[in-house]
Design a protein around this ligand. Structure first.
Ligand code: UDP
Ligand code: G50
Length: 464
């Protein structure tokens, strides 16, 4: 029996930051002849997710897509208004309905890979079926160490206090996801419930690599206290962006590629806060002023609503007609989904003002694009610490959660990032390290082979 006889089901949760890496994992598995069933929920929260899924379906028809019908969720029973977290909770509350779906699959499943936001309700289901279960942790190893360690530690105090995890650069209280400090928030509830179940898993898959998080990966593998909290760990990153992610803009004038082609090498700053972070109107305008002040060429993606289906205002209205006219002299302002892969891989793009969603960080490392980190929510300050320590980018720590930053400062920091020669060099070294990791004998390849070996062992153990 070989791993190519394995049949694995993947269960992502909502949002592009979760779906995209799961689809990259599905593609990686399918290309290694593993049979894959992808469990999805409909309608997706964002339009971007449904479009990505439909491109994925055409490009990888061998992957079996299974529609998971959820029980309706009464929002009044959930302490969150975030549509993505409401979907996480809806999946959690419907988890018991997974059993018949899993049992209907042929050939029977060899392993189940779920999102890290679904652990505690799904584990009893897979355990009852004796199905080996793995999580795919779609954030940094640093965040994973925090996730596994926090429940065992007490952590009160002011922002300068540090959470000390053995072997890992300390995490200041100011970097903790703010909603975790709100005890009855949905985030805190899920986070604490789930981390207590980590050791029941058969493994953790993660999209990171040693070159980016050397001390933390070493600590996870080597420090006794951490190893005890975590099941086997598979650092199978960096995931390479896939062709099915390509957005077909045809010859549309909206495509930024034509404009990028006309710009000098390493001259353009790409500004984006990911798929679901909307900034306040005043902050959007300060960013516009900052871009003008920086004097740099730029491609700026503006978002006004967390869910793309709800975007309605024209970019000119949002940014202001006068400012748009000034901005157009040096760059492009878009208010649509862009193919970030294509932008970061373009020779003219040298810098990235990023919220440090983990996929964006990994993509920047993959293409060797330096970052100016500007975390906004959740795990993003913890990820920004990785960006800073690894030499992938600069981080202005005093820009707090949701605090308005003035254009003057934004412009100055953008210029610092673009002019920093040593940062440029270290970002290029990280790109080389990322490529080495996925090459023959690289950490990613080795971890992936180890994972295939585990699945094979588990299949042999359960085979009759
Ligand atoms: N992305 C994109 N185009 C956009 C916005 C986002 O391709 O206009 C992609 C980006 O490349 C990344 C994902 O969406 O793969 C966003 O995930 P990330 O973890 O960076 O942040 P999130 O959106 O979850 O906050
Ligand atoms: C916000 C979000 C999705 C998300 C995260 C957010 C993370 C990732 C780590 O902050 O921080 C994580 C969160 C919750 C959890 C386990 C791990 O239960 O919208 O993933």
């Amino acid at each position: 029996m070989s791993a190519s006889d394995a049949h694995v089901a993947l269960l992502p949760s909502a949002g592009m930051g979760h779906l995209t890496p799961f689809l990259r994992l599905a593609a990686l598995l399918a290309h290694n002849n593993v049979r894959v069933t992808l469990i999805t929920t409909h309608p997706t929260v964002s339009l971007a997710e449904s479009q990505l899924l439909s491109r994925f379906r055409s490009s990888l028809p061998q992957v079996n897509l299974l529609d998971f019908h959820l029980l309706p969720l009464d929002p009044a029973t959930v302490n969150s208004s975030d549509p993505f977290w409401l979907r996480f909770e809806a999946i959690r509350r419907s988890s018991h309905l997974l059993s018949p779906l899993i049992l209907s699959l042929q050939p029977p499943l060899s392993a189940f890979v779920l999102d890290m936001t679904l652990i505690s309700p799904v584990i009893p289901v897979t355990r009852a079926l004796s199905l080996p279960s793995f999580i795919f942790f779609t954030s940094s190893v640093r965040m994973l160490s925090f996730f596994s360690y926090l429940p065992t530690s007490s952590f009160a105090g002011d922002d300068d206090d540090l959470l000390c995890i053995p072997g890992i650069p300390p995490i200041p209280r100011s970097s903790i996801p703010p909603l975790l400090l709100v005890p009855d928030s949905l985030f805190a509830k899920i986070f604490f419930q789930d981390s207590a179940h980590l050791s029941k898993l058969d493994g953790v898959l993660i999209n990171s690599f040693k070159g980016l998080e050397p001390e933390t990966i070493e600590a996870i593998n080597g420090v006794e206290n951490l190893r005890k909290l975590l099941p086997p760990f598979f650092d199978i990153g960096p995931f390479t962006p896939c062709e099915f992610e390509k957005v077909d803009t045809g010859n549309s004038v909206d495509s930024p590629l034509k404009w990028l082609d006309e710009q000098p090498e390493d001259s353009v700053v790409y500004v984006s806060f990911g798929s679901r972070t909307a900034l306040k109107r005043d902050q959007i305008r300060e960013i516009g002023e900052g871009l003008v002040r920086s004097g740099c060429r730029f491609l700026w993606v503006v978002k006004d609503k967390p869910v793309d289906r709800e975007e309605e205002e024209e970019v000119e209205e949002l940014v202001g007609h006068g400012l748009i006219a000034k901005l157009k002299k040096k760059g492009l302002v878009a208010k649509t989904w862009v193919d970030q892969r294509e932008i970061l891989s373009h020779r003219s793009v040298g810098g990235f003002v990023s919220h440090c969603g983990w996929n964006s960080v990994i993509e920047a490392a993959w293409y060797g694009v330096r970052i100016l980190a500007w975390p906004q929510h959740g795990d993003q300050r913890i990820n920004a610490e990785v960006v800073e320590r690894s030499g992938l980018g600069l981080w202005e720590k005093k820009w707090g959660w949701g605090q308005e930053v003035k254009g003057e400062e934004i412009g100055d920091r953008i210029r610092d990032m673009m002019n920093d020669e040593s940062l440029k060099k270290s970002a290029a070294q990280l790109r080389d390290a990322a490529r080495e990791a996925v090459g023959d004998g690289g950490t990613s390849k080795v971890a992936f082979q180890r994972l295939m070996g585990e699945w094979q062992k588990k299949m042999s153990a359960t085979a009759v």
